[in-house]
Design a protein around this ligand. Structure first.
Ligand SMILES: Nc1ncnc2c1ncn2[C@@H]1O[C@H](COP(=O)(O)OP(=O)(O)OP(=O)(O)O)[C@@H](O)[C@H]1O
Length: 238
């Protein structure tokens, strides 16, 4: 497994756990969905995987090594996250070129050439490089965010509600881009979303969270997901 979350719990206040004994895996090249109502703990889990907060108990292993044993710099080359709000993630005073150069600053390569080569993969063009985030549409901003994350060629991309602010057509374009990236580079994806239709379309496997627990898991078989709990069945209209 590329990512194994074992028996992970987390509380912000004593005696009020927001995550209880979470077990989640993401295989290499897999696209896994994480759904659940607001406040169920999805983003908290993503933050723990990214080491933005410490876990209280349990273990998270990435690519064969507990994440706490990895240097963050090396870990962030292999595991990236994108959040919902593309605008706040992008420095407003930088051009798209400057934003995209930044994650590559320590790499010995022709950065401009690498960026130009990758632009087309996310549906952007050279003209966008001189623009600032405020001059882009919401969909273009999320494409810049996506490109910034994949420039380092991560093995896992965590997407936390990345299409929620976009209209249906643009959502579909971004999701198709993710599918294409997964197909061409093998990058695994953990896709957190409220949008069950998109999750069913994109993912090979889905976890359902409720009140800080994983209550169901289902793999796509013949393009269909089957859930065992009545909560998930109702949620997905099965
Ligand atoms: N820094 C924090 N301090 C205290 N409580 C927090 C903190 N972050 C999250 N929580 C609480 O943890 C619970 C889970 O929040 P989380 O954001 O992980 O849920 P979510 O499933 O991602 O929700 P949404 O879909 O609305 O983003 C919520 O009850 C939230 O209020």
């Amino acid at each position: 497994m590329l990512l194994t979350v074992s028996d992970v719990s987390k509380s912000y206040r004593k005696g009020q756990p927001v995550l209880h004994n979470i077990d989640v895996t993401v295989g290499a090249e897999e696209i896994v969905g994480l759904v659940g109502e607001s406040g169920s703990g999805k983003s908290t889990l993503a933050r723990l995987i990214m080491q933005l907060e410490p876990t209280e108990s349990g273990c998270i292993v990435f690519d064969g090594l507990p994440i706490t044993k990895r240097s963050k710099k090396e870990f962030y080359k292999k595991c990236q996250i994108i959040f919902q709000n593309a605008s706040s993630a992008l420095n407003p005073s930088w051009t798209v070129r400057e934003i995209l150069m930044e994650p590559l600053r320590s790499q010995k390569m022709d950065r401009e050439q690498h960026i130009q080569k990758m632009l087309g993969n996310v549906g952007l063009s050279k003209q966008h490089l001189n623009q600032r985030p405020s001059e882009l549409s919401g969909g273009e901003r999320q494409r810049v965010n996506l490109l910034r994350s994949i420039l380092v060629n991560p093995k896992l991309l965590i997407c936390d509600e990345i299409v929620s602010d976009l209209d249906r057509l643009i959502q579909r374009e971004i999701v198709d881009l993710l599918l294409e990236l997964n197909r061409t580079t093998g990058m695994a994806i953990l896709f957190i979303s409220h949008d069950l239709q998109i999750v069913e379309y994109l993912c090979n496997r889905i976890y359902v969270m409720k009140n800080g627990e994983i209550i169901d898991e289902s793999s796509k078989i013949e393009n269909e997901f089957e859930f065992s709990s009545s909560y998930s069945k109702k949620l997905f209209g099965k």
